[in-house]
Unconditional design. Structure first.
Length: 135
């Protein structure tokens, strides 16, 4: 199933489950016989904004420190619309995690939401730190 998981849970027998929340919630056990089960990675911030919501701001910089053998896709949303991607940045794989990836998305809006994701794979993704500069 290609649905994304909202939560991961481990029971008292150390079985791992994914939970997809919504109008109807689904619970699925991850494949216990395979350490190479393919999953997608997707994390979304809440809505970020300046103190005065009446003023449009500029999301000047995104800095991210991460470890991933997969390419990261970063989508930007503005002004409470979580369905329309206004800008996308593709971040190359980085297996060392030693350096920051820095970009200037140049997105304008009253509030911003940032989504970081990968394609379905069997590799690990670690986001060590993410910073934004809004002016």
């Amino acid at each position: 199933d290609l649905n994304s998981a909202d939560l991961f849970a481990i029971d008292e027998d150390l079985k791992m489950y994914t939970i997809q929340a919504g109008a109807t919630s689904y619970v699925a056990e991850l494949n216990p016989s395979s350490s190479a089960e393919s999953t997608t990675f997707k994390r979304t911030t809440g809505w970020l904004s300046q103190a005065d919501l009446g003023v449009r701001s500029h999301l000047r910089k995104l800095n991210i420190k991460y470890v991933s053998t997969d390419v990261l896709t970063v989508n930007f949303y503005i002004d409470g619309d979580s369905t329309t991607v206004v800008h996308t940045v593709t971040i190359p794989a980085d297996t060392s995690g030693a350096d920051w990836y820095r970009c200037k998305p140049g997105v304008r809006g009253r509030s911003f939401m940032i989504e970081v994701s990968t394609a379905s794979s069997t590799t690990d993704v670690e986001i060590r730190r993410m910073e934004v500069e809004i002016e």
